[in-house]
Design a protein around this ligand. Structure first.
Ligand SMILES: NC(=O)c1ccc[n+]([C@@H]2O[C@H](COP(=O)([O-])OP(=O)(O)OC[C@H]3O[C@@H](n4cnc5c(N)ncnc54)[C@H](O)[C@@H]3O)[C@@H](O)[C@H]2O)c1
Length: 322
């Protein structure tokens, strides 16, 4: 079966591509290499069942050629990372909204049947309290705070993709990722775990933004890929929004301590005000924990890899002298 992965040269995409090839799919990747890299695809590029196309999901003609013959599309291409989003909301909105609109329109015209759209826990915005379930309300901040461009763009993608499903133009699933982590993820655009690990390995201070009381969960990328492939094969998942993440919460302050302990690092932990990193008025999300009951019911799968194991795997893949 031929499948296309947009954004397949990125962190999650490249792990997905490897697993799909291992399961004998023919895989085509479309990626503009803005945050992804061919290095992530070094093993895939040796596989005769793999095809890489460099270009943008905003290019309708290229998309039509890329998607020809694809049964399923995993749509992962997006502008990501708090740093990039705060700095460049225009690219964020164009890539995430216009890109997804173009992808869905072209897919529906070239005979693709199924599209999985990558969304994010950022759509829950400032909601607080119990683990988020897919039916919960979304609570965004004011529009003059550019960080909300990402969550809002992903929420629009969701509504659009669900409309394609309900109008019988495509079968779509929305997958809301909650902090996926693992080898190849870069700390460059604001991802916390690879940054802490790099700092711990090079004995620099671990920089916690804010007071570190923010609650998150961290899901190993190979667990996320397993869940993603199972969802793509599950008829009942189409037309639904599904949370995908680890169910085990941890505070960012505790994560910094755990990274230090697991890697036996002598680094200190340094707290930095948000304003110093992202400018005045930046709002972080205090609580982001998924309810993954629906994922479990649909796929029989729960992401299980413990965070200390993930830290060790990421650390052994990083070069401490980089
Ligand atoms: N990693 C996470 O924890 C997480 C959390 C929530 C949502 N997501 C979503 O999962 C998807 C993958 O994220 P990731 O963490 O692997 O990030 P990533 O930056 O590694 O992957 C995104 C990929 O999309 C590509 N891309 C960007 N703009 C493009 C365009 N116009 N045309 C074609 N390709 C383009 C990039 O080059 C990159 O390879 C994204 O949709 C992201 O929003 C990820």
């Amino acid at each position: 079966m031929k499948v296309t992965v947009t954004g397949g040269a990125g962190f999650i995409g490249s792990h997905l591509v490897e697993e799909l090839l291992a399961r004998d799919y023919n895989v085509t990747v479309l990626d503009n290499l803005s945050t992804g890299s061919l290095k992530n695809l070094s093993s895939a590029l040796k596989n005769p069942h793999f095809n890489f196309i460099e270009g943008s999901v905003l290019d309708e003609v290229l998309l039509s050629e890329t998607l020809k013959g694809s049964e399923t599309v995993f749509h992962l291409a997006a502008s990501v990372g708090v740093r990039r989003i705060v700095d460049d909301p225009i690219t964020t909105i164009r890539t995430n909204v216009v890109g997804t609109d173009t992808l869905l329109s072209v897919a529906s015209k070239c005979g693709c049947r199924r599209v999985l759209v990558a969304s994010s826990s950022e759509v829950y915005g400032k909601s607080f309290g119990t683990p988020f379930s897919e039916e919960d309300d979304l609570l965004f901040g004011a529009t003059h705070k550019s960080r909300w461009s990402y969550g809002i763009s992903k929420a629009l993608d969701e509504i659009l993709a669900l409309a394609y499903h309900s109008k019988n133009l495509l079968m779509t699933i929305i997958v809301r990722f909650f902090n996926i982590v693992g080898e190849r993820q870069t700390g460059e655009y604001g991802m916390v775990l690879p940054r802490f690990i790099k700092q711990a390995l090079s004995r620099e201070p671990l920089t916690v933004y804010g007071n570190g009381e923010q609650v998150r969960t961290f899901c190993y990328v190979k667990d996320a890929v397993e869940a993603l492939i199972r969802l793509s094969l599950c008829e009942q998942a189409y037309g639904k929004v599904v949370n995908l993440g680890s169910p085990y919460p941890i505070r960012i302050r505790e994560l910094a301590e755990l990274v230090k302990k697991t890697l036996s690092s002598s680094s200190e932990i340094r707290f930095i005000p948000y304003e110093d990193v992202y400018g005045v008025g930046f709002e972080d999300i205090l609580y982001r924990v998924p309810d993954i009951t629906l994922l479990k019911n649909l796929t029989g799968y729960t992401p299980q890899t413990p965070i200390d194991k993930i830290i060790l795997r990421v650390a052994s893949s990083q070069n401490p002298v980089e």
